[in-house]
Every structure is written in C-alpha cells, then in structure tokens.
Design a protein around this ligand. Structure first.
Ligand code: NAD
Length: 254
C-alpha cells in the first residue's frame, strides 16, 4: 500500500534520527520528500546511500532563518507543484535548571524548537490551502512537552509550546482542510538521546532507569516514531487534528 504516491512532503531535521527514519518511510511509500537539515555533509552523505535517493531531495537550510525558510518552501512548491505534508521535526536539547540556563541557551532552544515550527508552517500553509485535498502538519513535541523533568527548563518550555502551537494551528486551519498534530517521543535511540545517555554513564548504566521509567522496558527506535508520523500525515488520520500522540513506551502512563 502506498498512501503517499506523488505526495510532496517536507521533513525538517532529516539528516539524523527521527527525521531520517521518517524520510525513508515516506520515500518507501512513493512520496517526493524534501529533506531539510542544517548539516549538509551528513544530509548528502546519508541520501547518497539511501535506497530511495531518487525520491529524496536535500535542502541545506537553517529552519530558524526566516528568509531561508521562505525561499526553501517556495522552491519546493515551484519544483514539485505543491506541498501536501510538513513534518516539523528539527530540534536540539540543551537542558539545565533555570538558574543555570544562560539567556543564549534559552533563546537557542526556543528559536530552534519553536520558532522553526512557526516559520515553516507560516510559509507552507498558503501552499497547502491551494490543494483541493488540503494538507497535514505533524510537529515533534516530546514527553517533556507534557511532563517536566528536573533541570529541563528551556527544553521543557519549548516542547510545551510546540504542543500548544499544534492545537492552535489545528483549530485555526481546520476550515482549510489542514490537519495539525503533534507526536511526542519518549526515549528514542538517536544521536540526540545517546548524547544525553552517554552523559549519564552510558546505555548499560542507564538501562535499569530506562526500564523503571518505561513500561515497555527499552528505548524506542526512530522508525517507531516515523510510523506514527506517517499515520498522522495520511488519510488514515482524516478525523484526527489537534492531537498529542505519545510514542513513549508508556513513559507518561505511569
Ligand atoms: P537528532 O539530533 O538525531 O536529529 C536532529 C536533526 O535536526 C539533526 O540532523 C540536526 O542537524 C537538525 N537540526 C538542528 N537544528 C537545526 C536547524 N536550525 N535547522 C535545520 N536542521 C536542524 O535528534 P532526534 O532525536 O532525531 O530528534 C528529532 C526531534 O525529536 C527533535 O525535535 C527532538 O527534540 C525530538 N525528540 C527526540 C527524543 C529522543 O529521545 N531522541 C525524544 C523526544 C523528542
């Protein structure tokens, strides 16, 4: 089954982790994917080894820069004729307490994790409105968008903002047949999570803690998030909008 044959999909943070896995899954289902990332070397290197490289088109863009985002979205719409799906996934994690967080750290988190969602949506929605079938936006939140952890200040605040911006866009653009949903990953085995696990002594040392906090008892895989992203982006989710979907192995059910 290919739910995305000739759909035009934009994925941000596509060079790594959840973005990369989702891009592969979209391309496997015959989509045309604009794979967006700041890290051009990693993006090009990976695409050159992908089995779907003819369907994946690299865009080396900083999604916090308004002009770059505007030009990128315009280029994608002109080149491929439309934009059907936007997956706002690029993000960074720099956690510390409020008292230890510098203004620069705070601004960086909010700009990369929240302003990028605003900018990409702002420029993509006018094109989605032109589609008779509308469009779908999926944003990457986090378990930390709905529950706090100590010393998470700017990251927790940024992901909470993504959850609420999702709801606002869902209610505003429902009339334009644009659905907007948020996927909230728990601990997923990506370079971002592994950096944090390494800071806490590595995977072996962290395993008892991961099992205690996560009923499923293991880290998630990027494609386990990607499959939920594809569901939300597809017509299978035609009556789902404004939803916050946890993909966390039960972390937030405890
Ligand atoms: P990752 O570090 O593997 O990938 C993130 C990608 O985003 C990188 O390729 C990076 O270059 C790109 N990026 C960062 N800033 C950018 C910018 N300004 N412009 C363009 N690209 C930029 O991380 P991941 O784990 O795949 O994370 C993806 C998303 O999932 C993030 O929003 C993250 O907060 C969220 N998340 C991850 C986990 C987890 O456990 N891995 C848990 C909850 C939420």
């Amino acid at each position: 089954m290919s739910r995305f044959a000739d759909k035009v999909i934009v994925v941000t943070g596509a060079a790594s982790g959840i973005g990369r896995a989702s891009t592969e899954l979209f391309a496997e289902e015959q989509a045309i994917v604009a794979a967006v990332d700041l890290d051009g070397e990693k993006l090009h290197q990976w695409i050159s080894t992908s089995g779907h490289k003819d369907r994946i088109h690299p865009y080396v863009v900083d999604v916090t820069m308004s002009r770059q985002v505007e030009e990128m979205i315009k280029d994608i719409a002109m080149k491929f004729g439309k934009i059907d799906v936007l997956f706002n996934n690029a993000g960074i994690e720099e956690t510390d307490s409020v008292t230890n967080t510098t203004e620069e750290m705070w601004d960086r988190q909010m700009t990369v994790n929240v302003k990028s969602v605003f900018l990409c949506s702002k420029y993509a929605i006018p094109y989605m409105r032109q589609n008779p079938a509308g469009g779908a936006i999926v944003n990457t939140g986090s378990i930390e968008g709905v529950v706090a952890e100590p010393n998470g200040s700017a990251y927790v605040a940024s992901k909470g903002a993504v959850v609420m911006l999702t709801k606002e866009m869902a209610v505003t653009y429902a009339k334009d047949a644009i659905r907007v949903n948020c996927v909230c990953p728990g601990w997923i085995e990506t370079p971002m999570a592994m950096r944090s696990i390494d800071l806490h002594g590595g995977l072996e040392a962290m395993s008892p803690e991961i099992r205690r906090l996560t009923p499923i008892g293991r880290l998630g895989k990027p494609e386990e998030v990607g499959r939920v992203v594809l569901f939300l982006a597809s017509q299978d989710a035609s009556y789902v909008t404004g939803a916050t979907i946890m993909v966390d192995g039960g972390y937030t059910a405890i």
